[in-house]
Design a protein around this ligand. Structure first.
Ligand SMILES: [Fe+2]
Ligand SMILES: [Fe+2]
Length: 340
């Protein structure tokens, strides 16, 4: 803190002093491109929504589906506000130019996502101003943390992939034509936001001590736990609008596995024992909460067998204690489901 403005400056004048190797320079270039690409692809929210409403003659949703649609999308709308706030925090706190540019571009996108979703939902009626506790908890974990690794991985790799999953599943359901077309615009933007995490997290994870890597993993598991609890609460509403909750669970898992595999490739590290344990516990919990037809038909034992299958081979013996620990032995190549 400075007294009379005479203390340490908040302007990072040394931001260009970092010496980058070839890989880091390539990453910085990709991050800056996220910003430039975002500028080229930005869409006018008011115009797009207006054109879609003209095209379809307004919004059309069956009366018995409206309440469920409002409940699901009011959560997503407040999630867009949280993403706007988190990306603004990142744009302020990230120092390297490429990462700062990418986060700034995301701020602009999330602002548009928020107001367009609000305008769209207002066409159906009053927009709810409360969301379920699990949804609020998972957003608050990422909003409140001072740990930039958790903020970045929580928003860019976990929450963005959850949003992408629900957007895709709802779009495929065809529940409301204006919304389904609008979601294509959202999906393209959100995919760019995942890119910020993939390109910048490897730089941050490289120097992360093992105890902080484990704390990060546990915090990520909390976010995932709340996300599953919210999905369970939304189960009936999802079915009402024609979306299978299990499909959301399996699609979400596969999108996150792909994101974490890509991160592991960028980091040059493989899965860790801790990551595998968390991954399989999450999958087992999901199998119990959202069983497939066979497990459901088998009752409690069916679910237990599905959980057992998910847990089987939980600890792979050749995994290093922590592949992002600088002192850990060399990691094996990245595998499916690597979480860090
Ligand atoms: Fe968004
Ligand atoms: Fe986003």
């Amino acid at each position: 803190m400075s007294l009379f403005g005479l203390g340490r400056s908040q302007i990072p004048f040394d931001m260009f002093d970092l010496r980058l190797n070839a890989t880091e320079a390539r990453r910085a270039e990709k991050l800056a491109n996220i910003y430039h690409r975002g500028q080229e692809l930005q869409w006018n929210g008011r115009r797009v929504l207006g054109e879609l409403l003209d095209k379809h003659g307004g919004v059309h949703v069956a009366a018995d589906k409206r309440a469920a649609l409002m409940r699901i999308f009011s959560i997503l709308m407040w999630g867009e506000l949280a993403a706007w706030k988190v990306s603004a925090q990142l744009a302020d706190r990230l120092v390297p130019l490429g990462a700062k540019l990418a986060a700034s571009s995301q701020v602009h996108d999330e602002a548009r996502h928020f107001y367009v979703m609000y305008d769209y939902l207002s066409l159906h009626g009053p927009v709810p101003t409360r969301i379920d506790r699990p949804a609020r908890a998972l957003l608050d974990i990422v909003l409140e943390t001072d740990d930039l690794c958790l903020k970045l991985s929580g928003m860019q790799l976990l929450i963005e992939t959850i949003a992408l999953t629900i957007f895709q599943a709802v779009r495929e359901s065809g529940v409301e034509p204006v919304l389904c077309e609008l979601l294509r615009y959202y999906e393209k933007d959100e995919a760019r936001h995942v890119g910020l995490g993939l390109q910048h997290l490897p730089v941050m994870l490289r120097s992360l001590p093992r105890h902080r890597a484990i704390a990060l993993l546990l915090a990520q598991a909390q976010v995932m736990g709340w996300a599953m609890a919210e999905l369970k609460l939304l189960e009936d509403d999802l079915r009402t609008i024609g979306v299978d909750p299990r499909r959301v669970f399996t699609l979400g898992l596969s999108k996150q596995a792909l994101a974490f595999e890509a991160l592991a490739r960028e980091t040059g590290a493989g899965p860790t024992v801790e990551g595998e344990i968390v991954n399989r516990l999450m999958t087992a919990a999901g199998e119990a909460l959202f069983p497939d037809e066979q497990a459901q038909a088998g009752g409690v034992w069916g679910r237990l067998r599905a959980m057992q299958r998910a847990l089987r081979g939980m600890v792979a013996p050749d995994l290093p204690p922590s592949s992002i620990d600088p002192d850990a032995p060399a990691a094996r190549p990245a595998g499916r489901g690597a979480r860090n």
